[in-house]
Write a protein of this length. Sequence first.
Length: 73
Amino acid sequence: MAEHTSPDNDTEQAEEEDAEVTARADRAPTSDEAAAADRAAADPELSGDQKAVGEHYREMAERGVEEKGEGRI
């Protein structure tokens, strides 16, 4: 096993710079992509019923609270 090491100043500086970067898209969506997103948002089969999604989320959160031990399924 490798011994414990500490990062050098260059590494720490690079990590600090990386922490300040905000993730964003590298380009705007194409017209085809935008149209597909609009179609998906309008289609309940693709976008999901928001009420049902919320209920399912709460149900799963409640089940998770009751689980004992790490990694139980």
